[in-house]
Design a binder for this molecule. Structure first.
Ligand SMILES: [Cu+2]
Length: 345
């Protein structure tokens, strides 16, 4: 094809897309215009339009699990005495609360390209029980806490295809390592020791975060499917890298009215173990320092609702974990919840 012809085709295609987009605004202005609250990267904005979202997430983890089996704190310490590698000699984690405040800003650049950023503020609390390695302190408990900036995500959402009822959106994004990965605490032993892996605020690496979302709208609701990854590139300055993460989601949102919807979502989540090792965690006195005890599979259910009022979108989701199969011994995830406010300008 000659160059002039290519331009004519390109202009005609973008004109067609633009015409379509204006004609099918109805479906994209209802309570189900965004995916359920936990998800991101599922929609684009009009050129020049901004969106601001505040999101609060809370993940609650209580009790340890070996593979698919929940165990007591005493059994967690006993398991660590013979596991490969040996661990939990100093202490075992008992429970963790992982809170996250997130600011999400989007801006439509063209009809089919939207830029976005996510700024994260995690707040992490973990309770522990001391083991036989703690000598006279064995059987006592302690709590550690960490909070601050997490990693920051930047990206572009590219709408590959759209018609009256459908959107296909490619998420090209990555995170930059703004979250601290090396803080010490004196709480467990009286002298400074490095925070274990799950207590750290960031990955320490640049991560690639590609994903893809397909949505289909009906008069009565919408269906979506999303594949989203989080892939650390290389190792961080502490000489390790966190899990590769793969999330596959399917959801259905049902419109009760145009301004109120209820959703059900199923998430499959896979994580690999960590690579490398922080030199400060080679003493694996606690299972949260073991790189080979980080991966696994989780099956999550999301039950959500969204309310659209005067342009404000309020969304919430309760996310029980239905099934999980964890490498080695780890804290099990019981449930998560998320609440979000967003508005487009
Ligand atoms: Cu948005």
């Amino acid at each position: 094809m000659r160059m002039e012809h290519a331009w004519v085709v390109a202009i005609a295609l973008s004109a067609a897309t633009f015409a379509n987009a204006s004609a099918h605004d109805d479906f994209r202005s209802r309570a189900d215009k965004h995916a359920p609250a936990f998800l991101m990267g599922d929609h684009v904005h009009k050129p020049g339009e901004w969106m601001v979202e505040y999101k609060y997430m809370n993940m609650y983890m209580d009790d340890n699990r070996i593979g698919t089996q929940t165990v007591s704190d005493a059994d967690a310490i006993a398991y660590g005495a013979t596991s490969n590698p040996v661990t939990n000699r100093m202490a075992t984690p008992q429970q963790m609360t992982h809170e996250m405040h997130m600011l999400h800003i989007m801006r439509g650049m063209t009809e089919n390209v939207t830029f976005y950023t996510m700024i994260m503020l995690p707040s992490i609390t973990m309770d522990h029980l001391r083991g036989p390695g703690a000598g006279p302190m064995e059987g006592t408990t302690f709590t550690t806490h960490n909070s601050g900036f997490g990693d920051t995500t930047l990206g572009a959402l590219m709408r590959l295809y759209t018609d009256e009822n459908d959107d296909w959106i490619l998420n090209l994004s990555g995170s930059i390592p703004t979250g601290d990965i090396f803080r010490a605490t004196s709480i467990p032993t009286g002298s400074p020791t490095a925070m274990p892996y799950p207590m750290r605020l960031g990955s320490g690496t640049f991560n690639a975060r590609p994903g893809v979302t397909c949505k289909h709208y009906w008069d009565f609701g919408s269906f979506g499917t999303q594949f989203q990854t989080d892939l650390p590139i290389g190792r961080n300055y502490r000489d390790y890298s966190v899990s590769d993460e793969f999330r596959l989601n399917q959801w259905y949102s049902h419109l009760i009215t145009d301004n109120f919807s209820a959703s059900i979502r199923v998430e499959n989540l896979w994580r690999t173990n960590f690579d490398g090792a922080d030199p400060m965690t080679t003493d694996m006195g606690i299972s949260t320092n073991v790189e080979s005890f980080r991966g696994g599979y989780w099956l999550n259910l999301g039950i959500g609702a969204s309310l659209l009022h005067n342009g404000h979108l309020l969304s919430t989701e309760i996310v029980p974990t239905l099934y999980q199969d964890l490498n080695g011994i780890q804290l099990e995830t019981d449930w998560s919840m998320v609440a979000s406010w967003s508005k487009a300008f």
